[in-house]
Ligand binder design. Structure first.
Ligand code: SF4
Length: 205
């Protein structure tokens, strides 16, 4: 008989494989993975991959957030779609941190720069477009996103002077299509589990 810990490990492995396919260098594999989720008949929820423990942040770390993700992981009617729009935009990992120099994800003239002052707007937009395409293929209806990210922030992003109200590129795209957005800071309550901001180490492609 499968023990709960073995079941948990199997579920985590399946999610990691799914993440790998969605971020594959072969876009058709990512498309097929998303389409399989749509065919599952379950509710599909986008989750910022770093919240699930994937070490994809700019510094190569994860931002594991069990309090926000466990209710989704434990719900048999839900399939998770782990996405990192900045990886999908070709920004690599680790990468220089970015912030909005002007506007936010809803502004047509938004401008995103990295810590060296280089314009990264096109990559953020490309990542949002690709991530949204996968979410569309998967039939996702909701998203749990990492607050303050210039890609994933749902109500706040990093601006020129620090955190400020606004939407990230990906979050704004999802909201325009009508998806319900939550963040790790406003997710439904869950059993008290210590959050783990540690990393599993640099992302291995
Ligand atoms: S782009 Fe989104 S998923 Fe990727 S590291 Fe930043 S917050 Fe996490």
């Amino acid at each position: 008989m499968t023990t709960p810990s073995a079941a948990d490990a199997a579920a985590e492995h399946r999610l990691r494989v799914r993440f790998g396919r969605l971020h594959s260098n072969v876009p058709a594999d990512g498309d097929a993975c998303a389409a399989e989720l749509a065919a599952s008949g379950r509710r599909v929820v986008v989750v910022s991959a770093c919240l699930l423990g994937e070490p994809v942040r700019w510094d190569g770390a994860a931002r594991n957030h069990p309090r926000a993700t466990l209710p989704l992981l434990a719900d048999p009617s839900v399939e998770l779609l782990p996405l990192c729009p900045e990886l999908l935009g070709g920004m690599g990992c680790p990468r220089p941190a970015v912030h909005f120099a002007h506007g936010d994800g809803d502004a047509p003239d938004a401008r995103v720069v990295d810590t060296a002052g280089r314009d990264r707007t096109a990559e953020l937009r490309a990542g949002a477009v690709r991530a949204d395409a996968l979410a569309t293929l998967a039939g996702a209806s909701a998203a749990l996103l990492k607050e303050r990210s210039p890609s994933c922030g749902a109500t706040a992003v990093h601006g020129p002077a620090g955190p400020t109200a606004g939407s990230g590129m990906f979050a704004a795209t999802l909201r325009r299509r009508g998806l319900a957005l939550a963040t790790e800071e406003c997710a439904p309550s869950a059993p008290p589990v210590p959050d783990d901001a540690s990393t599993r180490g640099p992302h291995a492609p």
